[in-house]
Design a protein around this ligand. Structure first.
Ligand SMILES: [Zn+2]
Length: 79
């Protein structure tokens, strides 16, 4: 794997959506290439930051799930 491949694949790598052999090539490249290693940890931190910022917006989904569970429980009680 070349540095350009690593740059292209970094988001897939962080998503865990790379195929196993690619994932292996990727981590191997990181262990040999400090530049890509550094770039990848910057992306990882950015991603964690962005995901953390997005969390409040997923609250309605969690609320919906909780409501759905509550309704199911109520339905079960009444049947
Ligand atoms: Zn590299």
């Amino acid at each position: 794997m070349l540095c350009d491949d690593v740059k292209r694949a970094v988001y897939f790598f962080l998503d865990g959506s790379l195929a196993a052999p690619k994932q292996h090539d990727f981590t191997e490249h990181l262990s040999l290439c400090p530049d890509c290693d550094r770039r990848t940890s910057v992306h990882r931190r950015l991603r964690i930051f962005v995901l953390a910022r997005l969390k409040p917006e997923s609250a309605p989904d969690r609320l919906k799930q909780r409501l759905a569970r509550t309704f199911r429980a109520m339905g079960a009680e009444w049947s």
